[in-house]
Structure formats: C-alpha cells, structure tokens
Design a protein around this ligand. Sequence first.
Ligand SMILES: Nc1ncnc2c1ncn2[C@@H]1O[C@H](COP(=O)(O)OP(=O)(O)OP(=O)(O)O)[C@@H](O)[C@H]1O
Ligand SMILES: [Mg+2]
Length: 314
Amino acid sequence: MTPTLEITNLKLHFPGHGAPIRAVDDVSFSIAPGETLGLVGESGCGKTTVANATVGLLAPTAGSVRVLGTELAGADATTLRAIRARAQMVFQDPVTSLNPRMTIGTAIGEPLLVRKVARGAELRDRVAALLEEVGLRPDHANRYPHQFSGGQRQRIVIARALALRPALLVCDEPVSALDVSVRAQILNLLVELQARHAMSTLFVSHDLAVVRHVCDRVAVMYLGRLAEVAPRDALYAEPRHPYTRALLAAVPEPDPAVQRAKPRVPLSGEIPSPANPPSGCRFHTRCPLATDICRNAVPELRQVGESQVACHLA
Ligand SMILES: Nc1ncnc2c1ncn2[C@@H]1O[C@H](COP(=O)(O)OP(=O)(O)OP(=O)(O)O)[C@@H](O)[C@H]1O
Ligand SMILES: [Mg+2]
C-alpha cells in the first residue's frame, strides 16, 4: 500500500550568518495509512521544519517528500495546491491560527468554499457537522474566536483542518499552548478523530508523555537527524539510543516510587549549533557512552530488534 507520507533523505538548510543552518539533515521516514507517528526531540532539533516541509510550506533543499505517492519537491503550484488539501496542518497556537474578524463558521467553511466543495445550505450543514464532530455546537458558528477558550479554539482549528477530509493531519505541538487541564481532552479528541477517519497523523511534540498517549510509532530527532524510530511500546520499554534514554529519564513519573527508582541519565550540556554540528554522531558531545567511532563516523539508522537506531553502540 502507498504510504500516506514518505520522506526520503530530506534536507532543509537555511541561510545563516556564515555556514548554513542545517535544520534537517538527511531524514527519512514514512507513515502508513491510518498510522500516527510521533516526532519528538528538544527545541531546535528540526521538528517544525520537517512538519512544514510535509505540507509543502517549505521547499526541501534536497530529498523527497511524497504525500499519497505524489512528489512535493519541485512540484508545480497546481500539484502543491491539490496535495495541500490532502495534508492539513494544526499549529501550536490556536489564537494566531484564527482570524479574529472572521466568525468560526466562516473560518471552518472557508476551505470548502474556496475549493468549491460546498456552498449555501450545504456548506452550513457541513460546518454544523464539523462543529459537532469536535465537540462544539452548530449555533457556535456565528461567534468570533475571542468568545472561545483556548481549548475550544484548538477544536475550531481542528474542525477546519478536517473540513476537506485530509488523508494526513500534521499537528505541530497541538496542545503545548493550552492549559494543562484541557490538554487531555484535545488529545483524546485527536485520537478519536484519527480512528474514526482512519487518517494518518504526524504528531510533533517535545513531550514524550503526550506522544505515548497518541502515537503508534515514535521518531526521535536530534540536531536535524533521526536518532531512533520505533513502535511506541518498544521505544518506551526498551529505548535503544542513549539520547532516547536520556529524554525518557527526564519525563516525570506520576508515581513517586517509580520516579525514585528511575535511573538518572542527566542530559548534560547545550545542544550544539545546527550551523556547525559535531562530527560523526551529532550526539557524541553529550553522550555518556561516546567512543572514537562516535566522533568520527556518522551512524546510519539500522534495524535493531523492532527499532531503527542511529547509534554505533546499540
Ligand atoms: N526560517 C528559518 N531561518 C533560519 N533558521 C531557521 C528557520 N526556521 C528554523 N530555523 C532553525 O532551524 C533549527 C530547527 O528549527 P525548528 O523550528 O524546526 O525546531 P523545533 O524542533 O520545531 O523546535 P521547537 O521545539 O522549539 O519548536 C533551529 O536551529 C532554528 O533556529
Ligand atoms: Mg517547533
């Protein structure tokens, strides 16, 4: 079956002062129909850059991005427009994602109207159904964004993203800007919608606890490259990359006894600059296990058990 998303040797470099910023450097992964892949890593590792390339908002420096088998790199405007209907993005901040002067009914219906999918009474019905689908009421359609809470606004943004029945939903930190109290509700909504529509999802988050809740597989990114890609349970039960282990060690456990028993693997030092990444394994400057080979040779992703790991020592 054609993957919903297939990224191969993707590079995204930005011009910097001097050396280019290698935000994404040779990343490959795919997402199967109906699958949710989590993309995790510290701030600045390139998650948003990957997400933006996936929906055609950024043109790759090199490599390939295929959505439902169609290549985005170098695609013409018509192809990009068609693909953008099939791959929708939900951003972190629901406030800036919505036009304050547009009723939410207009906002949700806009993609349907612009693409001539529905208008008039049919459009109103579709908008009403979308509002109900995300847990809001049809009569909310005439209200403006400021009349809603943060969680409700993210529901509105999700309704708009669903309007064209996308095959791929790309969510970039969809709950990070929300109150902790409403995060679980929005995550549950995403899980529910994902199952109901058999959508594929790329779920970007720096929060491993959140990713565990919503993803089938997890890709761990470090400084523009993938460190590990593994089925969810394998990743959390048996993390194979030292970086994954360090990230997991930093996740607080709700149970204090479990928290006390956890191995301490502190992640020391700052993330190096993506304009001047370390030689060999990019993680070697912070890795407790690093040896000569790690300083000299770039580790490729290779299969270890159920996981793919880019570590010489795994
Ligand atoms: N338009 C740009 N121009 C120059 N550098 C950029 C641009 N966009 C991103 N970068 C740089 O690329 C790197 C990756 O950024 P990106 O936003 O993808 O990281 P991220 O993993 O999403 O981080 P966060 O968790 O903070 O959202 C960073 O070093 C960032 O400063
Ligand atoms: Mg980001």
